[in-house]
Design a binder for this molecule. Structure first.
Ligand code: SAM
Length: 290
């Protein structure tokens, strides 16, 4: 099978099957071999790896993954793509297509069955409308993951890797960095896709920490504080926490927790690093707040 990274081949297949792109599924197919090779290199895929691909589309990235990996499972929601994948992945015997919504697949069982429970690699040109739910589901649901290497909206990649005190820093930066080490592998322009998306893209690799970089007694409280802090960006952290229903603490208790963790009263969430949020969460826990 000729490579679909050749735009002429992609157009030919699309015409042959009368396929119409569905915006609601975030369908923008890659047509650039250089970008595909960069994704696979950033993920470090080798012949010993099992790879989960999210949204294979017509199989463009899948063709290369099949060559690079031991085995690939590709989960695609759009059943109209199934006959196309039959043709484009003909001969790729190590690829299994699952027709499902990725958010409804039991990925832990999949990793157990396909990789003996060992950490898997996740590679995708993601449907942008569900980038954050997909990534958070992978981290939070205890799927053993070594790294997630994905094409996302450039702006989202910047938020994921942002450091405290910068304009892109927020709840997403903290959530991602609690679980993983982000690395921006490539910026990808609009003309690498059919159809062209409206936004620039980037490839980001998230390497799962073996242990989170900070210790927290109550993860739920940590993420509650983070949400409270960035819900009201212009407020001080103290006021953000006081107005947040998810935390049952009064002003004195919050001030006491600030003192215990060495955080100034007038601090704004956007300047506090993950270590600071963790200290504050642990202080609140010690005060009996949950
Ligand atoms: N991998 C292909 C490529 O790079 O050319 C296609 C990438 S396209 C940006 C995203 C793909 O994800 C589409 O094929 C779309 O149908 C699929 N998709 C969208 N929502 C999905 C979901 N909830 N579960 C699984 N696949 C989904």
């Amino acid at each position: 099978m000729e490579r679909l990274s050749d735009p002429r081949k992609t157009i030919e297949i699309i015409k042959k099957y009368g396929f119409t792109f569905q915006k609601k599924f975030g369908q923008n197919f890659l047509i650039d071999e250089h970008v595909i090779r960069k994704i696979i290199a950033a993920a470090g895929v080798t012949k010993t790896d099992f790879v989960l691909e999210i949204g294979p589309g017509i199989g463009t990235l899948t063709q290369y993954l099949s060559e690079a990996a031991r085995e690939v499972t590709a989960v695609e929601i759009d059943r109209k793509l199934l006959p196309i994948l039959d043709e484009t992945l003909d001969g790729c015997d190590n690829v299994q297509i699952v027709n499902a919504d990725i958010l409804k697949v039991d990925l832990k069982t999949l990793a157990d069955e396909k990789n003996g429970g060992k950490p898997i690699k996740v590679v995708a040109n993601l449907p942008y409308y569900i980038t954050t739910p997909i990534i958070m589901a992978l981290f939070e649901s205890h799927v053993p993951v070594e790294n997630i290497t994905v094409m996302v909206q450039k702006e989202v990649a910047e938020r994921m890797k942002a450091r405290p005190g910068t304009k892109d820093y927020g709840a997403l930066s903290l959530a991602v960095q609690y679980y993983a080490e982000p690395y921006l592998a490539a910026n990808v322009p609009l003309n690498c896709f059919i159809p062209r998306p409206n936004v620039d893209s980037a490839v980001i690799r998230l390497t799962r920490h073996v242990e989170p970089p900070v210790y927290v007694e109550d993860e739920r409280l940590l993420f509650g504080i983070i949400r409270a802090s960035f819900n009201q960006r212009r407020k001080t952290l103290l006021n953000g926490l006081r107005n947040f229903d998810g935390i049952k603490a009064d002003k004195e208790q919050i001030l006491e927790a600030f003192k215990m963790s060495g955080i100034p009263e007038n601090v704004r969430g956007e300047t506090l690093d993950l270590g600071g949020f963790a200290k504050l969460a642990n202080a609140l826990t010690r005060l009996g707040i949950s």
